[in-house]
Design a binder for this molecule. Structure first.
Ligand code: IMP
Ligand code: MG
Length: 200
């Protein structure tokens, strides 16, 4: 077997992308647009923190892709930690019930915190998280979110930097899931409603 045909079988981008994307209605934000926005954010954060060694707090599991790319794009010294908070389960609507599933390993008193969040929808998760972190007396907290849904009834919550404002639709990909799936898509996509209508 030639090298060429082996490579073709293993990494055919067309077919592997189609497999990962099954159930996707349309691509909302292509991978290149995400990466270029993250570059811009990283430059801003580099300039803002300089010598201060910020602690990036990623909100599991949705923020993994964003966190990985943002921290790699930043060039200043930084520390990374993660927190897990209960989310929607297998539904597409926020329950408003939030609890900590995994807490930070790091102490945050007196430190500069950057919360790295995938998406702000109702804002309830972030509101709760900021409240929990504030009680631990950090020096300051900045919130960066890759996505924010345009939603009239969203909670008033601190978000300092938003990558993309998106319509109030259920999206998947780039860390975001539906029932645990689609996180591995390199882009943000609108889920075909038949995927979750079938489950409701
Ligand atoms: P919120 O509390 O309603 O602002 O949203 C909490 C969490 O729900 C977010 O951090 C996401 O992990 C998840 N979430 C919100 N909207 C979506 C979506 O459209 N697709 C996938 N996950 C979402
Ligand atoms: Mg999240």
């Amino acid at each position: 077997m030639s090298v060429e045909s082996t490579v073709g079988q293993v990494t055919d981008p067309q077919s592997s992308d189609e497999l990962r994307a099954r159930g996707v209605a349309s691509v909302l934000i292509p991978a290149e647009k995400i990466q270029s926005e993250i570059e811009t954010m990283a430059r801003e954060l580099d300039a803002e923190y300089g010598e201060d060694v910020p602690l990036l707090v990623g909100v599991l599991t949705g923020a993994v892709s964003f966190m990985a790319d943002l921290m790699k794009a930043m060039t200043i010294p930084l520390i990374v930690d993660f927190m897990a908070i209960s989310s929607y389960g297998a539904s597409t609507k926020s329950s408003g019930v939030v609890r900590i599933l995994k807490d930070l390993n790091e102490e945050i008193a007196g430190r500069r915190i950057i919360v790295v969040e995938d998406i702000v929808d109702s804002g309830l998760t972030l509101q709760y998280l900021i409240d929990v972190l504030q009680r631990r007396s950090p020096k300051d907290i900045r919130v960066v979110a890759l996505l924010k849904k345009e939603k009239a009834d969203a909670a008033e919550v601190q978000v300092d930097r938003i990558g993309f404002h998106i319509p109030d639709e259920f999206v998947v990909g780039y860390g975001l899931d539906y029932a645990g799936r689609y996180r591995n898509l390199p882009y943000v996509a609108v889920l075909d409603p038949c995927v979750y209508q079938a489950a409701e």
